[in-house]
Structure formats: structure tokens, C-alpha cells
Design a binder for this molecule. Structure first.
Ligand SMILES: [Zn+2]
Length: 255
């Protein structure tokens, strides 16, 4: 491998290299999982302590082609952002700038229209009932936003969405729309979104049988949710393994 093609050499040339590489890996993996949609949807990570500066995907780029160096570095306080030649998708700007500015502890924000989470968001009853360990992981963590108001094309909409995320909430299930997850790191948010999609898939698969759900008691679901929180290393190992696979199969994500 030449120095030009060495992942570590390329990584050193980027600002915020570790955040860029982690987020690029998440884009590539969501594409592999089919959780992307066309060239839409957006993932971002804060790179300043107050959350105002963040990295997000450029407009119109397929997740499968995204590289660490492609990510836009934006400032939530810069009101001229949408006038830039390389302006991000407006919905990405309004949602992510509001969330990072208002929730600096939410270092990573991921928004997808993934198949099962979106289908769950389109049911009259969008409750993620605790029926297995994955669904129990989200017991008490989900906020349902019932007020779909069209595409998020205003500062008001971004602020409204940010205001819905209370303490301990990691998932915003957006009725008639999709899902948004926040986390303290790219690894944490990625793992949370991966598991939410799996949990929704299991619930909807159960619904498809037409048979009655075996819903566990609230105290057991709450216990299991707490137990999941002791498995923080799982998220780190998850993303590390994905980066190792990508390093072997499509290392361009690091550049
Ligand atoms: Zn959306």
C-alpha cells in the first residue's frame, strides 16, 4: 500500500478526522443495510463543545459513496449557510442545526426513513411494545412526534423537533415520516438506530402473523432497558468491527 492510499496517512490530513471517519463508516453501513433512501436523509456529528459546529453529509450524495473528507463542516449560528455554493439539503440544515445548538450533549444526530421504523411511524398505534430484548432496549426512550407538518423547511420546525427530546430520550419516532436518533457519539447513535430498526422489524413481523403479541410487564421491560445501558462497549465494538470490514473491502470511506 502506498502512503497516498494508506488510511492512517489520509486520516491525518483531515480536520476532525476521527468524527469524519466514524460518520463515513455509518453512512456506508446504512447503505449496505438498505436503510438509506435514494440520496436523501442525513447524519451529523458535533465537533465543538457547544454543539454549534457540526459535520453533515453534502446534498445529493448517495450514502454508499460518502467519504470522510466529503462531510460539510457547518456552523449552526451562520444564518447564511443555505446561501453557500455547497449548501446542505435545507431539511438537513433546519433539523440538525437546531438539534445541535439546543442539545449540545447530543453529539450525534441521525435521521433516516428506514423501512421498518418508518412503517411503525405510519401506524395509528406506533408504540414499540416490549416483546423482545431489542424492543425492551427502547422502553421509555422513544418520543412520538404526532405533528407531521410537511418537510422540515423552517427554523421553527427544527426548534419544535429539538424541544421534543427530553431527558433519557434517544429516539424521535416521527409520525408519517421516519425516525431520528441522538447519541453521545457516532458509535452510540449508530448502534441505537441499528437496534431500533431491528426492534421495529421484529414488531412488524409479529403483526404480520396476525397473532397476539406476548408483551412483557413494564417493570421487566424497564429492567432490561437498564441492563442494556451497561452494554455501552457493544456500540463501540459494533462500529469498530464495521470499520475493520470497510477497511478491507472499501477503504475509500476514510479519505
Ligand atoms: Zn426525513
Amino acid at each position: 500500500m502506498t502512503a497516498r492510499n494508506s488510511p492512517t496517512t489520509a486520516a491525518r490530513a483531515l480536520d476532525h478526522a476521527s468524527e469524519r471517519i466514524d460518520l463515513a463508516a455509518a453512512f456506508r453501513w446504512f447503505a449496505r443495510l438498505g436503510m438509506h433512501e435514494s440520496v436523501a436523509n442525513h447524519l451529523s456529528v458535533a465537533v465543538s463543545p457547544d454543539g454549534s459546529k457540526f459535520l453533515v453529509n453534502p446534498r445529493g450524495r448517495h450514502f454508499a459513496r460518502l467519504c470522510a473528507g466529503d462531510l460539510l463542516l457547518l456552523d449552526a449560528k451562520d444564518r447564511s449557510t443555505l446561501d453557500r455554493a455547497d449548501a446542505p439539503d435545507p431539511t438537513a440544515w433546519y433539523l440538525h442545526s437546531a438539534l445541535h445548538a439546543r442539545l449540545p450533549e447530543a453529539r450525534c444526530v441521525m435521521h433516516l426513513h428506514s423501512k421498518y421504523a418508518t412503517a411503525l411511524a405510519c401506524l395509528e398505534d406506533s408504540t414499540l411494545y416490549p416483546i423482545d430484548m431489542n424492543t425492551m432496549r427502547f422502553f421509555g426512550r422513544v418520543v412520538l412526534d404526532r405533528d407531521f407538518g410537511g418537510m422540515a423547511l423552517s427554523e421553527h420546525e427544527g426548534g419544535r423537533v429539538a424541544g421534543l427530546m427530553g431527558a433519557g430520550k434517544t429516539v424521535l419516532l416521527m409520525a408519517n415520516h421516519g425516525v431520528l436518533v441522538i447519541g453521545p457519539s457516532v458509535a452510540a447513535a449508530f448502534d441505537e438506530l441499528y437496534y431500533f430498526e431491528r426492534a421495529a422489524e421484529t414488531l412488524l413481523t409479529c403483526y404480520a402473523t396476525g397473532r397476539e403479541l406476548r408483551i412483557v410487564a413494564d417493570d421487566l421491560a424497564a429492567l432490561t432497558e437498564r441492563q442494556w445501558r451497561d452494554y455501552g462497549q457493544l456500540a463501540i465494538d459494533h462500529l469498530d468491527n464495521i470499520k475493520a470490514i470497510l477497511d478491507a473491502e472499501e477503504p475509500s470511506y476514510r479519505y
